[in-house]
Ligand binder design. Structure first.
Ligand code: ZN
Length: 375
């Protein structure tokens, strides 16, 4: 039995339902990122009200602080952070390999690195990643993969593909939390032969879902989208497809159109910390002087808690004074914007109108002329 039920298609785009131990998730789905068991500045009850159906938490960070043993002892991650819905945990692979300067050595057995917390020598193996994710009790666990940076020499890229498959085979044999799904991840960058090999090897292992990893990490955008299109086509129809690490409004629509069901990104909350609002007029630097007397909400079409009650002028004032409420309001708004955008895409697919939805959205979202110097 498969956890994913395909519901409708529109070109390569699809809608579906992913069944997890803690409820169903409608796809396409954006997953807000709660790196350290919190989506920064936002209460889980607020996330639910915003329309989030699943969160992503980071194995790497939770392993080091506060530790999976402690979270396990306290009843698991859901209870710890008071979120009852589905949680996906990444494997730690992306963190280890994106913090490249901390890597000491890697071999077929695992990867040794210095923790960013205290510089201690640590080692991740597929078995350890599985065990941490079992203790956290997430609903979807991810396989530990090797994530090479863009422009990695082919020989090393091939090594990463080989090792990613080897680790996936090992992780598949490790005991999981009750009802926990396990997704495989393909690598291979944008190299057609290596990506194809990786997608086929991982798909053959018959995981509950399949992810594309090692994309949107700095390679040219058209290369990334082209790879996504044909790689998604190679993946089984009846399993969820997860594009790891994309969250800009245009990018999200592009991968949905190419048959991706799930994606995650820190962008909405990270943008909030820099004072940038996602809106239907493009990204606005709310700290700018031109908003000082602006009585409009952040976005006229948005019904989030920030837009229903507060003006741009007020949010600008809060942000410029580093008031915590400003950060909270902008985080709530940016999350709602992205969740609404994806919900809209989902409805458009059901109507067979994704193409026009996307065209209209992209025309409106084109980056507004920003006077970023005017603060
Ligand atoms: Zn809003």
């Amino acid at each position: 039995m498969t956890a994913f039920e395909l519901q409708s298609t529109d070109g390569a785009a699809r809608t579906g339902v992913l069944k997890t131990a803690r409820g169903e998730l409608r796809t396409p789905a954006f997953m807000p990122v709660g790196t350290k068991a919190t989506v920064k500045a936002v209460d889980p009850q607020e996330l639910e009200a915003l329309g989030a159906e699943i969160l992503l938490c980071n194995t790497y960070h939770l392993h080091f602080r506060p530790g999976a043993d402690l979270i396990d002892e306290l009843g698991g991650l859901h209870r710890f952070m008071a979120w009852d819905g589905p949680i996906l945990t990444d494997s730690g692979g992306f963190q280890v390999f994106s913090l490249r300067h901390t890597i000491l050595r890697q071999d077929d057995e695992g990867v040794t690195f210095r923790s960013v917390y205290d510089g201690d020598e640590e080692r991740f193996t597929p078995e350890l990643s599985a065990s941490i994710q079992r203790q956290l009790g997430s609903d979807i666990a991810m396989c530990l993969d090797v994530v090479p940076p863009p422009e990695t020499p082919r020989r090393e890229l091939e090594q990463a593909v080989r090792r990613t498959t080897l680790w996936a085979q090992r992780q598949q044999r490790v005991e999981r939390a009750s009802g926990q799904l396990l997704f495989g991840i393909s690598q291979g960058g944008a190299d057609p032969e290596l990506r194809r090999r990786s997608v086929e090897e991982i798909a053959a292992l018959d995981f509950d879902g399949n992810a594309l990893g090692g994309l949107a990490i700095g390679e040219p955008k058209d290369q990334m989208l082209e790879t996504t299109a044909w790689a998604a086509e190679l993946l089984p129809q009846d399993k969820a497809r997860y594009f790891m690490g994309i969250g800009d409004p245009a990018g999200v629509l592009e991968v949905i159109e190419r048959g991706i069901d799930m994606f995650d990104c820190v962008l909405p909350t990270r943008n909030a910390r820099t004072g940038s609002a996602l809106t239907w007029e493009g990204q606005l630097n709310i700290k700018a002087a031109r908003f000082a007397r602006d009585q409009r909400p952040l976005d006229e079409r948005c019904s989030c808690p920030a837009c229903t009650r507060f003006t741009r002028a007020y949010v600008r004032h809060l942000l410029n004074q580093q008031e915590i409420l400003g950060l909270r309001l902008l985080s709530l708004h940016n999350l709602r914007f992205l969740l609404d955008l994806v919900a809209g895409a989902r409805e458009a697919i059901e109507r067979g109108e994704l193409r026009s939805y996307k065209a209209e959205a992209l025309a409106r979202l084109a980056p507004a002329e920003e006077a970023t110097w005017a603060t």
